[in-house]
Design a protein around this ligand. Structure first.
Ligand SMILES: Cc1ncc(C[n+]2csc(CCOP(=O)(O)OP(=O)(O)O)c2C)c(N)n1
Length: 674
């Protein structure tokens, strides 16, 4: 160690005597792993793990119900690190507790390609990581969904089978983000009493002191949201334990505001923004080791402490075994339903019910908006699938997301199947992500397609996390009419199609709507957007034998004779393409119409199928949206009929004419190509 380091260390005041020397030493395991892993990776965030190590140690050693031997045990408590930049805290915990996938080599490989220890926690990288966090506040918002899922399943299966807490660690950043407002309000309204949020109240963020930007009275704020609040010293293990005990008894969600020092123990960087997101450096680490009384080499945990941590991990088998016994003793129907639901399997019968709906659409051939067709699909799906929990961000009558008789979920009745999320699109989708990640629930929720902008970060995370979340977005184009350009999506389909692992469905009629619902439900690892029309659309499909939407695109109407042109369309514009086909036929031009309800599924088909559908003739694409993305289907010769700017306020017929999205325009575009 250099002389300078010695001087700094000497200059730093000694740490206060810890309340409990053993818990302090156990917390120091987390601090040391975080310092060393960030140092080795030459990047990462040591400050938060070092600051919250005491809280984490008390929570995990004395309260959290979990079992490293079976990390996905359904009745485990859920722990969410909303301040995902502090990922080393979670990785350290999983390693010390003996989660089999989290080895010391993984810790040493922090932030390296292919490691389980990614920069921010990623769901699926290792058991024990419940959700992907990093975008601040998403974890809080997910935890609301998790805690809600617990209450919903508790109402169905009872205390013996479902009875666990959701704990979340959040920082100043999580609380500054707007999303937290939506989520905290929802949690307070729903009185999610088994949700406990620890605020890492260290008054430091990246730019410096939080006072540079924020003077919110967080405790008053949580109170206003209907939360129980407790404020403690986050380094006093007695206070931490007492606060958790108190929180567990609350009839409301609880905030535990933990006054902490970022990078606790570091001699010069503790309490400063310098410790937030950079390696501490060799000298500072040496100084911290000295102050913390930690003399083990990097990545080495002294035997007695390792034994203590692993002992805590092994102890998880006890509550797990007790639960397994209760499950075995439960009524077989309950046991089977819970087991099936937690696996994500759907009960028998829904497919047939949905197919019958589709047959009805095909037989009746009624002109109907696809949002209405979707509502009719839900009439059979909601009763057939108890795991389906619906909702809307205050657009229920417009989204057609609620069926007659669907019971509303409320703080007084978690047995409801429909959630009034309020005007909280972002909070809604993030809560749906939490519910899907919890398991046992298949969430769907609605808003207007234009407001995917308000929840896009959560849609993106659903895709990244591979969650079955079904987002019902109606009023999907200028076809919504008089509400005008603020409400008319133009670039949204393209923007959503750009998100990897997201199926964007835009069905053309009732049959396709039923098919798209089936695909959304069947796909366990991909979230779905159902983009649905406000305006009535003619029934186009008469056949229901195959789910044609499953291939993403298909020939709806083949050309009479060799194809001169192929018309590509989605949703409400498929009927326009069909009318254009008639006009072209009258001019002796043989046109095929390809309906493309889901580009993503079409892209997954083999080349031969794609070639057969797209053909070799010139193509005209028609979609009441911007052109972005369509060019991939228009080479070598093609043209696009659609929007090139914002929409306008007018009745729907006038708008389609004004923007020249008509059969005549499509036919003219086709002729111009020949
Ligand atoms: C939505 C979002 N915006 C910005 C960031 C970048 N970022 C990561 S951590 C952080 C500061 C967070 O401060 P705080 O929550 O107080 O964490 P601490 O400094 O205590 O570790 C910022 C701005 C992010 N991860 N997510």
């Amino acid at each position: 160690m250099s002389a300078t380091a010695d001087i700094k260390t000497e200059a730093a005041p000694p740490l206060p005597k810890p309340r409990d020397p053993q818990l302090f030493r156990m917390a120091n395991c987390l601090r040391a792993l975080a310092m060393d892993a960030v140092e080795k990776a030459k990047s990462g965030h040591p400050g938060m793990p070092m600051g919250m190590a005491d809280v984490a140690t008390v929570l995990f050693t004395k309260f959290l119900k979990f079992d490293p031997a079976d990390p996905n045990w359904p009745d485990r408590d859920r722990f969410i690190l909303s301040a995902g930049h502090g990922s080393m805290l979670l990785y350290g915990l999983l390693y010390l507790l003996g989660y089999p996938d989290m080895t010391i080599d993984e810790i040493k490989n922090f932030r390296q390609l292919g490691s389980r220890t990614a920069g921010h926690p990623e769901r699926g990288h290792a058991p024990g990581i419940e959700v992907t966090t990093g975008p601040l506040s998403q974890g809080i918002a997910n935890s609301v969904g998790m805690a809600l899922a617990e209450r919903i399943l508790n109402a169905r299966f009872g205390n013996d089978l479902v009875n666990h807490y959701t704990y979340v660690f959040a920082g100043d950043g999580c609380l500054m983000e707007g999303l937290s407002h939506e989520s905290l309000g929802l949690a307070g309204h729903l009185r999610l009493r088994k949700l406990i949020l620890f605020w890492d109240n260290n008054s430091i963020s990246i730019d410096g002191a939080t006072s540079l930007a924020c003077d919110d009275d967080q405790i008053a704020r949580f109170k206003a949201h209907g939360w129980n609040t407790i404020a403690i010293d986050g380094h006093d293990t007695d206070q931490i334990a007492a606060a958790i005990t108190q929180a567990q008894k609350s009839d409301r969600p609880t905030l535990i505001a933990c006054r902490t020092i970022i990078a606790f123990g570091a001699p010069t960087k503790a309490g400063t923004a310098a410790a937030h997101g950079s390696p501490l450096g060799a000298e500072e680490i040496a100084g911290a080791r000295k102050r913390l009384g930690w003399d083990a080499p990097p990545f080495v945990i002294p035997d007695d402490l390792m034994k203590a941590w692993r002992g805590v991990g092994a102890g998880g088998a006890i509550p797990h075994a007790a639960w397994s016994k209760r499950l075995a003793a439960a009524a077989p129907q309950m046991r089977d339903e819970l087991t099936r639901r937690m696996k994500g399997d759907l009960p028998a019968g829904w497919r047939e019910a949905l197919l019958n709906k589709a047959k009805g659409f095909a037989a009746e051939r009624k002109k109907e908006a696809t949002r209405q067709s979707s509502g009719h699909c839900l009439e059979v799906l909601v009763p057939a699938i108890p795991a389906l929990i619906g909702g809307s961000a205050d657009l229920t009558p417009s989204n057609n997301t609620m069926i007659k008789g669907q019971k509303v979920l409320a703080a007084t009745d978690y047995d409801g199947r429909y959630i009034h999320y309020g005007i909280r699109e972002h909070g809604m989708v993030a809560a749906m992500n939490g519910m899907a990640a919890h398991g046992g629930i298949v969430p769907y929720g609605g808003s207007f397609l234009v407001f995917t902008d308000y929840c896009r970060p959560s849609i993106r995370l659903a895709a990244l996390m591979k969650l079955r979340v079904i987002i019902v977005m109606t009023h999907d184009s200028i076809g919504l009419g008089e509400d005008g350009p603020t409400h008319q999506p133009v670039e949204h389909l393209a923007a959503l199609r750009a998100i990897p692992n997201l199926n964007v469905f835009r069905p053309a009629d009732g049959v396709e709507t039923a098919e798209c619902w089936a695909l959304a439900l069947e796909n366990f690892t991909t979230p779905s957007i159902l983009a649905l029309s406000r305006q009535g659309l003619p029934a186009l499909r008469t056949d229901t034998a195959d789910n044609k939407s499953a291939r993403g695109a298909y020939v709806l109407a083949e050309a009479a004779g060799p194809r001169a042109v192929t018309l590509l369309a989605t949703g409400s514009e498929v009927s326009i393409a069909m009318a254009a086909r008639e006009q072209l036929a009258a001019a002796k031009i043989a046109a095929a119409v390809v309906s493309m309800p889901c580009w993503e599924l079409f892209e997954q088909q083999d080349e031969a199928y794609k070639r057969a559908v797209l053909g070799t003739a010139p193509r005209v694409a028609v979609e009441a949206a911007c052109r972005e993305g369509w060019d991939r289907y228009l080479a070598p010769k093609g043209s696009f009929v659609g929007m090139s700017g914002f929409g306008a306020s007018a009745p729907v017929e006038a708008l389609y004419k004004h923007f020249n999205i008509t059969p005549e325009a499509v036919a003219a575009a086709a002729k111009a190509l020949l």
